[in-house]
Design a protein around this ligand. Sequence first.
Ligand SMILES: NC(=O)C1=CN([C@@H]2O[C@H](COP(=O)(O)OP(=O)(O)OC[C@H]3O[C@@H](n4cnc5c(N)ncnc54)[C@H](O)[C@@H]3O)[C@@H](O)[C@H]2O)C=CC1
Ligand SMILES: O=C(O)C(=O)COP(=O)(O)O
Length: 410
Amino acid sequence: MKTSFPKQDIKVLLLEGVSQNAVENFRRAGYSQIEFHEKSLPEAELKARIADAHLVGIRSRTHLTGEVLAQAKRLIAVGCFCIGTNQVDLEAARRLGIPVFNAPYSNTRSVAELVIAEAIMLLRGIPQKNALCHRGGWTKSAAGSFETRDKVLGIVGYGHIGTQVGVLAEGLGMRVIFHDIESKLSLGNARASAGLNDLLERADVVTLHVPETPATQMMIGASEIARMRSGAMLINASRGSVVDIDALAAALRSGHLAGAAVDVFPIEPKGNDDAFVSPLVGMDNVILTPHIGGSTLEAQDNIGIEVANKLVRYSDNGSTLSAVNFPEVSLPEHPNSRRLLHIHKNVPGMLSRINELFSAGNINIDAQFLQTDPQVGYVVIDVSTTEAQAVLLKDQLAAIPGTLRSRVLY
Ligand SMILES: NC(=O)C1=CN([C@@H]2O[C@H](COP(=O)(O)OP(=O)(O)OC[C@H]3O[C@@H](n4cnc5c(N)ncnc54)[C@H](O)[C@@H]3O)[C@@H](O)[C@H]2O)C=CC1
Ligand SMILES: O=C(O)C(=O)COP(=O)(O)O
């Protein structure tokens, strides 16, 4: 499909070492201006690089704040090559008419496998035994070592990852309980707990799989940790903001908790050359991993394809299917029509003002797709007209008060 704005002029900015599959997908789709960075960029450089980018791809480390997005004058869409979208100011993006996409499933199995491996390791006391062996020590003892069979695994956040952890844990013979703010179908023999406190009081191992939201910030603080069973273990592969890390360190030091596995931190290094600092450093009974829950080659390769495809589809066709902050429109192609996009504030009378333009110009609408959310309306209009007339219509559409964006797609 030949787009009205030439694809070779569309600048794609990819950060944080997203999979080369993404680069290849963009190239295959005809995009040639691809700027690739292995790391996230310091804020000043990010603002400079994003200023003329049309599509940007990030992972969990790059913060697209309202201030950064305000610099991105040409940005048409954001791709989060991960699950979490808390690093993007989704409201600011929506107000600017910028849809944000992510990969909601591709790395979930990788996280679930890591969590199960960690549960086994923690229950056996392997982190401290391993550390001691490396220092020339030897603790051949069964004290503090347990099988997973019959132990209670408490899952906080029973979504895509939490449910998979539950299924794998039941395969090992664990008893699974979960807590979620939504009512959820139990898989296998898993049972909903009577609330977070009930789960904390009953579980031998607690694992966190909630997104970062205002409600989950510091969800596990000193008083929640105090409720956990003496000798219990905590696994956090969700977000660093969910756990009060100082309270966790104190509980591990005092021996109230026997161990922990932590993959995500309140402050994480920008890239592999930067130092990692945490109150948990140096504790033998803690497994520390550098936010690699979703970092397997399988997951990253699939995410590269999935998110690049979503960005290409929006850029080529206007489809916003599975956008996380935007009305979702999935569109068939009408190659013999011209396609116009109009993104606007969702205020009364907008559609009639749009349609007046077409009837005034005596232009037949071949197809029209509209979706709204409380803030934004997104309408796609396919019309039989010349390119020059489509450009004129785009300018007229842009002049309607409340317009956020208007484009001729092809
Ligand atoms: N360590 C890593 O590399 C990775 C970390 N993650 C993190 O894991 C999180 C979870 O991922 P998914 O399971 O795919 O998300 P999901 O959206 O499928 O599941 C999250 C669940 O948490 C529940 N929830 C939300 N707020 C809650 C609250 N206040 N209390 C209790 N439950 C609550 C939701 O209802 C939902 O069922 C992501 O948001 C991301 O932050 C995801 C992938 C990789
Ligand atoms: O998918 C997520 O939400 C993750 O936390 C993984 O983030 P990453 O792509 O490894 O920076």
